[in-house]
Design a protein around this ligand. Structure first.
Ligand SMILES: C[S@@+](CC[C@H](N)C(=O)[O-])C[C@H]1O[C@@H](n2cnc3c(N)ncnc32)[C@H](O)[C@@H]1O
Length: 254
């Protein structure tokens, strides 16, 4: 039986075609919205459609995570952290010399800074953070425990305010992935390092989907290496003795 042009079936067919065209147009509009804007320096891209855990800003293909606010400071100090993350093992593995100058960028409450301070009794720890509330906590704990070799520094999102050519080790624990301007911060790190200085990054292992941390708060070794080489830092080693994190060491020697 041939269908008449005005039968319900032919109207249905027209409606379906109309719907398909409409959907295609909507999809293309969404793609335009999600399209990347490259910033003026060509370093970062911004996208309107992105992870709820990120800031919509991308660096070398990775979306930057939101900063952990100071209201979560107690989580950094949780008693189970020693068991879960083995920070004592981490500090021991860094083999500090008593005279070392260490920069702990993204120091938070100073959880790592105070542990390192005990290892560098003739040196000091520069505890950098961008949240004044975190520095208030560090100052409180310094006074409370009579510690003199931790120096809190209020950094900015582009500058950690470290003295040039002065630091033996720059450490970032669970911090690098949330730097809003990683390129500028790492350029400053390179300038602050002594010629023999090292950078130690501790990040949750993104290669392992069973580590129960939000994806943007984890990093693969490949991505970390890519981002360090963008500022001229060379990978030296990755240590995997921590339960959920990689310890990655870089330096600027040729
Ligand atoms: C997840 S917390 C980790 C704190 C600490 N490293 C620890 O493991 O206990 C990350 C910290 O990095 C800080 N941060 C984020 N961006 C920063 C930047 N550009 N410079 C310095 N600190 C930054 C945040 O304010 C926050 O205190």
């Amino acid at each position: 039986m041939t269908l008449n042009k005005n039968t319900p079936s032919s109207l249905l067919r027209v409606a379906v075609i109309f719907c398909i065209i409409f959907c295609c147009l909507m999809l293309s509009a969404c793609q335009t919205l999600a399209a990347s804007d490259v910033d003026s320096n060509g370093i970062y891209q911004s996208r309107t459609i992105h992870s709820p855990d990120g800031i919509g800003k991308f660096y070398l293909g990775r979306e930057i995570a939101k900063v952990m606010g100071h209201t979560e400071a107690l989580w950094l100090e949780r008693p189970s952290r020693e068991f879960e993350e083995k920070p004592t093992k981490l500090v021991n593995a860094l083999n500090f010399k008593p005279t070392d100058i260490v920069a702990d960028i993204g120091a938070g409450t100073g959880y790592l800074s105070f542990r390192i301070a005990q290892k560098v009794l003739l040196g000091k720890v520069l505890a950098v953070d961008i949240q004044p509330e975190m520095l208030d906590i560090i100052n409180f704990l310094k006074k409370e425990n009579g510690i003199t070799n931790v120096e809190p520094i209020l950094g900015s999102i582009t500058d950690s305010k470290l003295p040039l050519n002065s630091v033996d080790l720059v450490l970032m624990v669970d911090t690098y992935h949330e730097l809003s301007n990683p390129y500028e911060i790492m350029q400053g790190v390179v300038k602050a390092l002594k010629p023999s200085g090292r950078v130690a990054l501790v990040e949750y292992r993104r290669e392992n989907p069973f580590i129960p941390i939000k994806t943007l708060h984890k990093m693969t070794q490949k991505q970390v290496c890519k981002e360090m080489s963008a500022v001229g830092l060379q990978w030296r080693e990755t240590q995997s003795f921590l339960p959920t994190q990689h310890l990655m060491i870089f330096d600027k020697s040729n």
